[in-house]
Design a protein around this ligand. Structure first.
Ligand SMILES: Nc1ncnc2c1ncn2[C@@H]1O[C@H](COP(=O)(O)OP(=O)(O)OP(=O)(O)O)[C@@H](O)[C@H]1O
Ligand SMILES: [Mg+2]
Length: 256
């Protein structure tokens, strides 16, 4: 069975990467392993939030697949598969893969086909997949998030943020994700929310403003270092609970 996939979208700087990393950590803590973390932001930084190093991105692999010297005894297919495996970062409870830059103007069909098949084969090994996307709506428009089982739209609690969240949701619906459940994540909540919100989204969760996140950010520490009672961490644990129930529901439907 394919993993339960959660794509995270939203305006710039709203906390997508923070929520993605906290979600990966919460799923692991809940025993929902293994998790595949996918950094789909060309400006990759999910690894930092998770406290691991990346060696290379699929973007650089694609660019170099035809310019690099292939080691003796390997053909190009083997070589791309080998580098794909090498770009996967393995850590306790989760693996991470970074997509890197979108393709340029060259012909990438051969490498892309291989990468798509490699991704499909890889996905089968995981229980959950958490995809951190770039800001805005480009990735939705380009279809790079595919059809996830759940779309999380992260927003600040202000009116402008919520309007952007509504635009992302509507665009996603018009691009083939009309059946995908959408959950609004109001991050950095300080006690008040735009009143445009209640009518716009069926389901929403709130993550409070958390000084421990800011402090970890300043120190350059991963989110895993947040104290167990940090309010944002507890809020994402509750969010993970909702997501785990959705995944169990999908599994039940699949079996019956
Ligand atoms: N709940 C929170 N409380 C306090 N600070 C937060 C919270 N969530 C995120 N932040 C801070 O907000 C900033 C932006 O967060 P993050 O990088 O996760 O956003 P993003 O949406 O991934 O940004 P980008 O669009 O650049 O990818 C960071 O400095 C982060 O530490
Ligand atoms: Mg980010």
């Amino acid at each position: 069975m394919k993993p339960f996939s959660v794509a995270i979208s939203g305006k710039g700087g709203t906390g997508k990467t923070t929520v993605a990393a906290l979600l990966v950590r919460s799923l692991i803590a809940a025993g929902q392993v293994p998790v595949l973390a996918v950094d789909a932001d060309p400006n990759a930084n999910l690894h930092e939030a998770l406290g691991v190093e990346i060696r290379e991105t699929l973007g650089s692999l694609r660019e170099e697949a035809f310019t690099e010297q292939i080691p003796p005894g390997m053909n190009r297919t083997d070589y791309i598969r080998f580098r794909f495996r090498k770009s996967l970062v393995e850590s306790g409870g989760f693996d991470l893969i970074a997509m890197g830059r979108p393709e340029g103007t060259g012909c990438y069909c051969f490498a892309n086909d291989l990468l798509t098949t490699s991704m499909q084969l890889l996905e089968r090994d995981y229980r959950f997949m958490v995809i951190d996307n770039e800001a805005g709506m480009e990735h939705v428009a380009r279809g790079t998030i595919g059809i996830p089982d759940l779309l999380l739209i992260v927003s600040d609690p202000g009116a402008r943020g919520v309007r952007t969240a509504i635009r992302i949701r509507n665009l996603a619906r018009s691009l083939g994700l009309e059946a995908t459940p959408v959950l609004l994540v109001l991050n950095r909540w300080k006690g008040t929310t735009s009143n445009e919100l209640p009518a716009a989204f069926e389901t929403s969760v709130v993550i409070p403003e958390d000084p421990a996140i800011e402090e970890a950010d300043i120190r350059g520490d991963p989110v895993g270092s947040l104290p167990p009672d940090s309010p944002a961490r507890l809020a994402v644990e509750r969010l993970a609970g909702i997501i785990i129930r959705m995944a169990e529901e999908k599994e039940r439907r699949h079996r019956s």
